[in-house]
Design a protein around this ligand. Structure first.
Ligand SMILES: C[S@@+](CC[C@H](N)C(=O)[O-])C[C@H]1O[C@@H](n2cnc3c(N)ncnc32)[C@H](O)[C@@H]1O
Length: 251
């Protein structure tokens, strides 16, 4: 068991670019499984987007909204988007683009305005127009970014004043459950991150998001249904989802 694990970790560390390619090709399948597990939560989160009126007068006329999705992967969330939307994607893994565009063909209501191959932390106003997004979406991304504050800063920069951020992620299980210590061990040793493209298990995102200067932050924690103790999903059993708003003014 340990020999297999060490070989996998070593392979992942030695072949970083291959890891990204493999990760992208596996993402469509794993996202589908994940979507089934979190369907009620995603329906609730994304359902809120239907009532938004765009800050862009032209889009308001055509009943469309503009969304920025951070770390969109291969487009796991497309099935939950409102019918008429313009989408800008920020995704550092270039191998995801082909799968995402293929997936988008199934959803004619989604127009991809721009696909930016960069990490969220490095996005500037030249990459995406700050203040022009009615909503920002991230699912299973804040567990992976290197710099959480810079990522939340992008969310605030991108949103129009009063704009909505919706998010979902797995989080650190509270102690004294065994899972808490297993998650910390897998992060401390770097094993989990090496296999899952930099993902971290031990982030308390339900708390972190509260201190980022958003208004009206709402978070809800829930547990995934997992079949066996050793299923991959049992390591990310506890999730958070929620909404936060960019303040309407600086005061
Ligand atoms: C587990 S996948 C989730 C994909 C998709 N959002 C979903 O829910 O299935 C994590 C995604 O975050 C992306 N990612 C990792 N670090 C990132 C960063 N710094 N900025 C933006 N996206 C990032 C990865 O490339 C990957 O596509």
């Amino acid at each position: 068991m340990w020999i297999i694990l060490c070989t996998v970790v070593l392979f992942c560390l030695l072949f970083r670019s291959q890891r990204k390619r493999i990760f992208a090709s596996l993402l469509t399948r794993t996202s589908m499984i994940h979507n089934e597990k979190v369907r009620p939560q995603k329906l609730e989160m994304f359902g809120q987007l239907k009532s938004i009126k765009s800050c862009d007068p032209k889009l308001r006329e055509s009943n469309e909204i503009r969304i920025l999705e951070i770390g969109a992967g291969t487009g796991a969330n497309f099935e939950f988007y409102p019918k008429n939307c313009r989408l800008v994607v920020v995704e550092p893994n270039s191998f995801c683009e082909k799968f995402l565009r293929e997936n988008a063909e199934k959803y004619p209501g989604i127009k991809i305005e721009k696909y930016v191959v960069k990490p969220a932390e490095e996005i500037t106003n030249d990459d995406v127009k700050f203040g022009s997004f009615d909503a920002v979406v991230s699912t299973l991304v804040c567990c992976s970014v290197d710099n959480l504050s810079a990522t939340y800063q992008l969310v605030k920069n991108a949103l129009t004043p009063g704009g909505r951020y919706i998010f979902l992620d797995h989080i650190l299980h509270p102690p004294p459950a065994k899972l808490h210590y297993v998650q910390r061990f897998l992060d401390f040793t770097g094993i989990w991150g090496a296999i899952f493209d930099g993902c971290k298990l031990s982030r308390s995102l339900e708390k972190t998001v509260l201190n980022q200067g958003f208004d009206n932050v709402k978070t809800y924690t829930f547990y995934l249904e997992t079949d066996t103790l050793l299923s991959i999903w049992s390591f990310v059993k506890i999730h958070v989802y929620g909404t936060a708003f960019k303040p309407k003014s600086n005061s």
